[in-house]
Design a protein around this ligand. Structure first.
Ligand SMILES: [Zn+2]
Length: 286
């Protein structure tokens, strides 16, 4: 039976960016079959379940393009530190004490907050990622989930990424999908990034990574490899596949050209960038 969302102001996000002052949306078998201005719903759908949206705005769900949703539990820890100290001195040591169950409840809490804010999709990267997947399935959010991959725990994090793929790809009525999530160019060496690229090709999976987040990262990368983090990813083949790159704060004009040419999706993370004093992403240029 059809579901009718009745009488709301509808932000269609169609090619013409049309906004309808008052319209009915008809959903059948999980698909929008039509949007009918002023109660002109065809008779075959009339008998459906009705949600009254008068006085409300109806629009597509928001997407949180980069999260570590279970970290909701660590909110407010370790303010006023640069990324390197925040991660190495405070966050990573604290995360060593988190159990599988902690990650499940933290994820569920974070997702509840997202849904309350109108977020219906998220892209997440964390450990015990199958617990994040389990929480996503239960709460009904759409999720792209990756197990963070690091040099230091390469074998373990890679094995867990593959196990995540085996168990969770297309689960939750197709809402859950899996990404490969090499943490960053500073926590995965180029030869490991190259292996991730090959795996992305084999499994046809997207890659979710932190990129050019701090000036320090860019300087270190240039010192060690003679390339910016963006150019390094391009060189090792990661950008041959669909990539979701978080932060992208410190980019050269050449980096921006590469990102555009390779059609990399950039996740803008202004709150995180402000909290850690990482800088302001060049949104206009992007
Ligand atoms: Zn992140």
């Amino acid at each position: 039976m059809a579901l009718i969302i009745r009488g709301g102001k509808v932000v269609t996000m169609d090619a013409r960016q049309e906004i309808l002052a008052e319209a009915d949306i008809v959903i059948n078998d999980d698909l929008i079959v039509g949007i009918y201005p002023k109660a002109n719903v065809p008779p075959e759908y009339q008998a459906g379940q009705v949600l009254d949206a008068q006085g409300l705005i109806v629009l597509p769900g928001f997407c949180n393009a980069h999260s570590h949703v279970a970290m909701t539990m660590l909110r407010g820890m370790a303010d006023d530190l640069p990324l390197k100290d925040w991660l190495e001195k405070r966050i990573w040591p604290a995360e060593e004490h988190l159990s599988r169950e902690d990650v499940y409840w933290g994820a569920l809490l974070g997702m509840t907050e997202m849904i309350r804010s109108g977020i219906t999709s998220m892209a997440d990267m964390y450990f015990y990622a199958e617990e994040v997947a389990r929480a996503s399935k239960e709460i009904g959010i759409r999720a792209l989930i990756g197990r963070g991959i690091f040099n230091k725990i390469w074998d373990k994090s890679l094995a867990e990424s593959l196990a995540l793929y085996d168990a969770w790809q297309n689960q939750g009525e197709g809402r859950i999908s899996v990404a490969l999530a090499p943490h960053a160019p500073y926590s995965c060496t180029p030869n490991y990034l190259e292996k991730v690229a090959m795996l992305a090709a084999d499994l046809k999976l997207p890659v979710h990574i932190h990129l050019a987040e701090t000036r320090y990262e860019v300087e270190e990368c240039q010192r060690e490899y003679g390339l910016t983090p963006v150019a390094l990813l391009d060189k090792v083949g990661i950008l041959d596949y669909p990539v979701l790159a978080a932060h992208c704060v410190h980019l050269s004009p050449h980096d921006i050209d590469i990102l555009a040419r390779r059609r990399v999706l950039v996740a803008h993370n202004p709150i995180s960038n402000a909290k850690l004093g990482s800088g302001i992403a060049p949104l206009k240029a992007l």
